[in-house]
Structures are given as structure tokens and as C-alpha cells.
Design a protein around this ligand. Structure first.
Ligand SMILES: [Zn+2]
Length: 151
């Protein structure tokens, strides 16, 4: 951690204190060159969410992938970028609100699909028409899952 006073990169931690039910760590630091004292806060409430994929591999959840899946879904739609962004934000909030460290790609697909169905049934149906061989709701879920995995 660089000293905010003299830009010296070498600062020493003089005290560490955990607060807010172990979610925030405050460190007192002292610059080894100019002696300036300051504190840093580490906030761990935005943990990486792990996605468990069908093939057994894992990857860090990347909200950007859902955004590109949504953009594909609404490619021929008049829906504005702003509308897609809001929908994306809502979906990401629901996913992060699960308060789990890992989710299967299937669960994420189901969440996306459920939001599509609630917000825009037409998009849900259009989504189905893009992927022709759908017979059951599970087929829809698989397709959303496939989209979020391929991008
Ligand atoms: Zn300094």
C-alpha cells in the first residue's frame, strides 16, 4: 500500500482490527519513509461467486457473460440498451442475493429465464423461436444455460 503523502510504496501495518461481524478489516499503516499514518479498509462482502459448470469445471461468475447473453436474446428487439442494462442489473442482483459461494450454471440459467418470463413474456417466446426444438420448459433453461456458457 503506497503512502498517500509521499508515494513511498513501503508502508508497514501497525495494527489490524476486524469489525462489522468479520466483514471489514481495518489496518493502521505507517509510512517507513515519512512516518505518515493512515488506515486502509478491506471489505470482503463482495466475494467471488463460483459457477459450477456441467462438465464439472468451475469459473468465477462474470456478470458480463449474462449481459452478452441478454444482448443476443434481444438482438432483434426494440428494447433499448438501457432496458437491457436494467434487466441485467436486476438478474445479477438476484444471483448475488442468493448468498451462496457457488451456483450451478443451470441455476443461473433458471434465474435468467424466470426474469425474462416475468418482465417480457414476448422475449421469452421469441427466445424459444430462436432455438427451435424446444418441447419443455427445461429445454428453455438449457438454452439459456448454453448461451451463458458459450459467451
Ligand atoms: Zn510517506
Amino acid at each position: 500500500m503506497r503512502c498517500p503523502e509521499c508515494q513511498n510504496p513501503d508502508t508497514k501495518v501497525t495494527a489490524t482490527r476486524v469489525q462489522d461481524e468479520d466483514r471489514v478489516v481495518r489496518r493502521r499503516r505507517r509510512c517507513s519513509r515519512c512516518g505518515y499514518r493512515f488506515s486502509t479498509l478491506e471489505n470482503c462482502c463482495i466475494a467471488d461467486l463460483v459457477v459450477l459448470k456441467r462438465d464439472g469445471s468451475r469459473e468465477t461468475f462474470e456478470p458480463q457473460k449474462i449481459l452478452s447473453a441478454l444482448k443476443k436474446t434481444f438482438k432483434k428487439d426494440a428494447r433499448s440498451d438501457e432496458g437491457i442494462r436494467q434487466l441485467h442489473q436486476q438478474i445479477v442482483q438476484i444471483i448475488q442475493g442468493q448468498e451462496k459461494r457457488s451456483l450451478t450454471s443451470r441455476m443461473i440459467g433458471d434465474i435468467v429465464l424466470e426474469q425474462l418470463r416475468q418482465i417480457d413474456p414476448m422475449a421469452y417466446i421469441r427466445f424459444a423461436s430462436v432455438y427451435k426444438n424446444f418441447q419443455t420448459p427445461n429445454d428453455f433453461a438449457s438454452a439459456v444455460q448454453a448461451i451463458s456458457e458459450e459467451s
